[in-house]
Ligand binder design. Structure first.
Ligand SMILES: Nc1ncnc2c1ncn2[C@@H]1O[C@H](COP(=O)(O)OP(=O)(O)O)[C@@H](O)[C@H]1O
Ligand SMILES: N[C@@H](CCOP(=O)(O)O)C(=O)O
Length: 322
């Protein structure tokens, strides 16, 4: 839903000159996405006598600094090297996997075929469950770590800053929810942990001819409880507009995942708490980006926020905090 930084043809041509990809044919802004500026970029390359066109996605990072990128970019390259359809950044002539464009760190990644699904069915949920379990297992040996920035301190800080913009009942719901999380945090942290994608909403998974053709947007990846990824998926992929879960879809998701990594008893017991935590984190982050000043600059295209109330309804429908 947002592009923040405009790029001219000349600027893009200069940027592409640092890669061995060919010449720029066309480019266009991508309206979807919240955090970064993204463009589709088509280049024409030459191999011997043959010319061929290739489509890439250019991302300009609006919030992440260059020094923060290696964890994410190396992770994407790592997964791609293990056969996962995730966007490995294209290396430049000099071997670097990111450059700078308009003063912002920028990357080029392959453009995947396919589209995200608006109304996933049980088969999509089962496939994604399996995919994520395999990805979690592949990431066991990934050598870098990153602490989750959306921890209890972040929640408390947002809660305090939201005081003026929320109704009394919303403030009370945030407060009860954060307290609930604080109370069971230790139990949740005893569940299997590792690197999670952290943002597996429908718009970050592409399907082509019924198969997963790409998993994108790894910029929330961090070390966390593995079940968190499944809870994010359950909340976005298996609920209706009232925040009610479709049991068959949740079961398919969990079954797909468990066919690769069976869930532990604690994970099964704490499943509703993970769904609650996932809803709470994204409720707070959507409230943060909608209401708290200074979070993000103005978009040159489209709305930059998603609806926070979807997550509030989910928290209410889970009913863990009254
Ligand atoms: N590698 C890719 N292949 C195809 N489409 C992509 C790719 N990367 C991004 N997109 C498209 O761009 C949109 C925004 O990308 P995303 O990474 O979610 O942006 P943001 O970081 O701003 O949230 C996606 O919803 C998808 O439509
Ligand atoms: N998926 C999150 C927002 C994060 O934005 P993204 O564009 O990086 O997916 C949400 O739905 O709140």
């Amino acid at each position: 839903m947002a592009v923040y930084t405009s790029v001219t043809q000349g600027e893009l041509t200069e940027f592409l000159a640092q890669y061995s990809l060919g010449t720029l044919l066309s480019y266009s802004e991508i309206g979807d996405g919240i955090e970064n500026s993204n463009y589709f970029v088509t280049v024409e390359g030459q191999t011997g006598q043959d010319t061929h066109q290739q489509k890439w996605v250019l991302t300009l990072f609006e919030n992440l600094k260059e020094s923060q990128l290696p964890f994410f970019l190396n992770l994407m390259s790592w997964l791609a090297s293990k056969g996962f359809s995730v966007p490995a950044p294209c290396p430049r002539h000099d071997g670097a996997i990111n450059g700078m464009l308009k003063g912002k760190p920028a990357i080029l990644v392959p453009c995947f075929s396919g589209r995200s699904v608006e109304r996933p069915n049980v088969v999509h949920c089962e496939q994604l469950g399996r995919y994520v379990a395999n990805m979690h297992q592949a990431l066991v040996s990934y050598p870098q770590t990153r602490n989750s920035p959306r921890n209890i301190e972040w929640m408390r800080a947002i809660e305090a800053r939201l005081f003026k913009v929320l109704t009394n009942s919303e403030s009370a719901l945030v407060s009860r929810s954060v307290n609930h999380y604080q109370n069971i945090k230790a139990q949740m942290e005893s569940c299997p942990a590792g690197i999670v994608h952290g943002d597996l909403f429908r718009d970050n998974v592409l399907f082509d001819k019924g198969e997963i053709s790409g998993v994108i947007d790894f910029f929330h990846a961090c070390n966390d409880s593995l079940l968190f990824d499944l809870a994010v998926i359950a909340n976005d992929w298996t609920t209706d507009s009232n925040g009610q879960y479709d049991k068959a879809k949740v079961d398919s998701l969990l079954q797909g995942y468990s066919s690769v990594r069976p869930l532990t008893n604690s994970e099964r017991l704490l499943w509703p708490d993970f769904q609650h935590l996932a809803a709470l984190r994204f409720w707070l982050s959507r409230l943060e980006s909608r209401y708290l000043p200074g979070y993000q600059q103005e978009s040159t295209q489209g709305d930059k926020t998603k609806d926070p109330d979807e997550l509030k309804r989910m928290i209410l429908s889970l009913g863990l905090v009254g």
